[in-house]
Design a protein around this ligand. Structure first.
Ligand code: UD1
Ligand code: CA
Length: 458
């Protein structure tokens, strides 16, 4: 059977009280609408048509960049979901088969549920099938009305009687419709209360004309949550957060508190890694095996090897941390940094656009920017690369086995040769040859008895 998908996303999203389109609001770092598009792609329909409104330039631009194969349809005025579907159909051309219709604001519907709906549609030879679910609090959803078990209509919240409002089986907004049935859309009348054409009325029209209609309660409420308000957005985030955390638990990762483990959908984590409470793993971060990520840490688009230990309160962005390295507490690893294996970056150390070799120690209070640091280098406490002169950035190179004494300033561009030794408190402005000692500070002078003499004078 041929298959095409239509996503309804032209609504104004007024309930979000926002200046950006509703479906571009994000759950983790991904817009709501991306979730459903990614799922539909896996189903491989002939086309994915997305219905947007005329003013949705931001939405269109953002989608065109990420999903170049989408087909766009414009709904001129926001006259309801039935009118939106009509706009979508205009892009069908002479398609005949099953049209899968989904709401753009229902992000978590799974591929399996869509497949189950299509299977049921086929095996029951239904003309229109939709996914229903049991809502703990059905408020706001269309209620599924059955007579002798068979669906006869969907009643929207505003039109529901007190008794109908008690019905917990609700419409998810996901339909499989035979293309031949779509002409019945023309029979839908405007809803006097809301002034809109409701797609849900198609169910009653089809049922009354003797077509086969099926409502399938095949997924749970959390999967089918529709996002209309900020509170829905919040609920959706917390549902996704727990679902992802549970997936990692079942894949051999220890998570101390699934309520505060914020793991984005595209993150990967190796076995026996332990995630402490209040950790944010974001973007396309990859974490190896046997790592420990302590509390209040945020890792974004970074790659960690095996046996990496991130102590509390670190921020790591677009960086690579190799095997056996210890970071933190309170370290900031900024983009384009590579920290070699078996290294140690300690408290209050900031590293930017730098490559550190194996076994490097920068244990306390340093800034290393635009630098290249060899193996087994010791960076003393308080060492700073002076990489910026107000206009340009310059590079600091420190070769293998160098010892940099505490409180050193390395004024870039500068190179410290292999095995060199820099005395504490030096300001290094010239290259240091390999194997030499560099010291640049005033000689210490002791004036003996000075304190006692001062006291006597008083
Ligand atoms: C809709 C259903 C309701 C169901 C719920 C599930 C109708 C009338 N009601 O209600 O039965 O329980 O979804 O989440 O269909 N849209 C347009 N153009 C419009 C209006 C809406 O494209 O003119 C789009 C929206 O962008 C949205 C989708 O259609 O993605 C659903 O619209 P929304 O207003 O959110 O409907 P609900 O009130 O949630
Ligand atoms: Ca909705």
């Amino acid at each position: 059977m041929r298959l095409t998908a239509i996503i309804l996303a032209a609504g104004l999203g007024i309930r979000m009280k926002s200046s950006i389109p509703k479906v571009l609001h994000k759950i983790y770092d991904k817009p709501i609408i991306h979730y459903i598009i990614e799922t539909l792609h896996q189903l491989q329909p002939e086309k994915i048509i997305i219905v947007i409104n005329e003013d949705s330039h931001i939405l269109r631009n953002s989608l065109e960049n990420t999903f170049p194969s989408l087909t766009f349809a414009i709904q001129q005025d926001q006259k309801g979901t039935a009118d939106a579907l009509k706009a979508g159909i205009s892009q069908l051309k002479d398609f005949q088969g099953i049209v899968l219709v989904v709401n753009g604001d229902t992000p978590f519907i799974s591929l399996q549920t869509l497949r189950n709906l299509l299977d049921l549609n086929k095996s029951n030879s239904e003309d229109i099938s939709f996914v229903s679910f049991i809502a703990k609090n059905p408020e706001g959803y269309g209620r599924v009305i059955r007579r002798d078990g068979r669906v006869i209509k969907i009643v929207e919240e505003k039109n529901a009687t007190k008794k109908q409002k008690e019905i917990q089986e609700v419409n998810s907004g996901i339909y499989a419709i035979k293309s031949s049935l779509l002409e019945l859309l023309n029979y839908i009348k405007i809803d006097p209360k809301k002034g809109e054409y409701f797609l849900t009325d198609l169910v009653e029209i089809a049922a009354s004309k003797g077509y086969r209609v099926g409502a399938h309660n095949i997924a749970n409420e959390e999967e089918l949550i529709g996002i209309n308000t900020r509170e829905d957005l919040h609920l959706a985030l917390h549902y996704l957060k727990k679902r992802i955390a549970k997936t990692w638990l079942s894949n051999g990762v220890t998570i101390l508190d699934i309520n505060t483990a914020f793991i984005h959908p595209d993150v990967q984590i190796g076995r026996d890694t332990v995630i402490y409470p209040n950790v944010f793993l974001e973007g396309r971060t990859i974490i190896g095996q046997d790592c420990k990520i302590y509390s209040n840490t945020r890792i974004l688009n970074s790659v960690l090897g095996n046996n990496v230990f991130i102590k509390d309160c670190c921020v790591i962005e677009s960086a690579q941390i190799m095997d056996g390295t210890i970071i933190g507490p309170f370290a900031h690893i900024r983009p384009d940094s590579i920290i070699g294996p078996m290294s140690k970056v300690g408290n209050f150390v900031e590293i930017k656009k730098s490559v550190l070799g194996r076994g490097v120690k920068a244990s306390h209070l340093s800034y290393l920017g635009d630098s290249e640091i060899g193996n087994n280098v010791n960076i003393g406490a308080g060492t700073i690369t002076c990489n910026y002169d107000g206009r340009s950035k310059y590079k600091t190179t420190i070769e293998d086995d160098v010892f940099v004494g505490s409180d050193t300033q390395l004024v870039a561009p500068v190179r410290v040769g292999r095995g060199a030794y820099i005395g504490s408190g030096s300001t290094i402005t010239k290259d240091v040859p390999a194997g030499s000692l560099a010291v640049s500070r005033a000689k210490q002078k002791n004036i003996e008895g000075w304190v006692y003499r001062k006291r006597k004078q008083k």
